[in-house]
Design a protein around this ligand. Sequence first.
Ligand code: PLP
Length: 414
Amino acid sequence: GFYHVNIPQLPPDPLFGIKASLAKDTRENKVDLGIGAYRDDHGKPWILPSVKLAEDLLHHSADYNHEYLPISGLKKFTEEAAKVILGEESSAIKEDRVVSIQSLSGTGSLHLAGTFINKFYRKKDDASFRAVVYVSDPTWSNHMQIFSSCGLATTKYPYWNDATKQLKIDQYVQAIEQAPKGSVFLLHATAHNPTGMDPKPEEWKRILKAISDNGHLPLFDCAYQGFTTGSLAKDAWALRHAIDSGDYHFPGILVCQSFAKNCGMYGERVGAFHVVLPEHDDALNSAILSQLSKIVRSEISNPPGYGAKVVSLILTTPQLKKQWERDLITMSSRIMGMRKQLVVELQRLGTPGSWNHITEQKGMFSYTGLTPSQTEKLAHDYAIYMSKNGRASIAGLNPGNVKYVAKAIDDVIR
Ligand code: PLP
């Protein structure tokens, strides 16, 4: 039977736990800096205008039904998704060496990547080889449990220097050089979660060269394309450089792509998993797609249709694509504006410490440097909720609460 001794109670997921505490808090001035979901100037969820237009189009089209999609997803969607992330002119697409399959958003894509690595990533001359996945320290808390649920071991590479609020780039590169050949390196394609600090282009080159020189497999997790700079191309620079520059030789490149954030389709679970092969090989392409399809079939049978139809309409209708690009600028520039305003307020108050890292960091999050006891005090005394590790979702700031948040931070720091 089922006995409690075998089924220990787990604590709530930290982030969804914050959401629950926030929902219970009855104070009117409460502020949600927890979960990474975009909010408008009034603190409300935002349905992108491009998404509304696409939904309208969909509702009036012959495609509007709730039939099953194919196991590998909506082909129009996966093909267009590959172009969004790899670029219209991608050498990999032109040379037909990309295998794409639809996933349950970014999380489902990472799960597919983990399962695929566990089952099929091997060394020709070493039957006992099993790769370890290297993740940044710190990283999105779900990474470790996703990979361990796929049967993979994870370990951390140095990333963030708390004292200087900069990357530990030398130690990072050293860790790549010292990892057993053939390791998997999980790279945040853009808008690193939780630090908000991405490598600069010169640093990316060092990282990619070390991965290439040491025979490792790069896995790009791309959950925030368009959120860092507002430009899809700029935010995909590192991945496109890894593929198109010709400077590196990888055993393949895995790409986990989410449209949750950049289309504001969080709950619709729109994403894709791409395997970029080093050279064109029809038989291998087809074998990989067949195996990924088998995984999908056994886990979810087929992916959800609605969001994929909406996103594929955005990507295939030039007018909607332009609107989406404007929407990305709206979101990314509002967040950048809030970063600036928060720093201005903290400086105006003379809050002890330096706060420039908040504007140096990009994307949804700022790793503020606030301690667990300070974040606890913010929640308890001021109804301001953020992760215990001091990660604040900047999208939760708006003109109506930024002064209040700055004053509260000032109070808990003094
Ligand atoms: N990867 C990172 C780094 C994330 O921050 C997230 C979401 O927070 C995801 C992947 C996946 O998100 P989703 O499954 O909602 O697409």
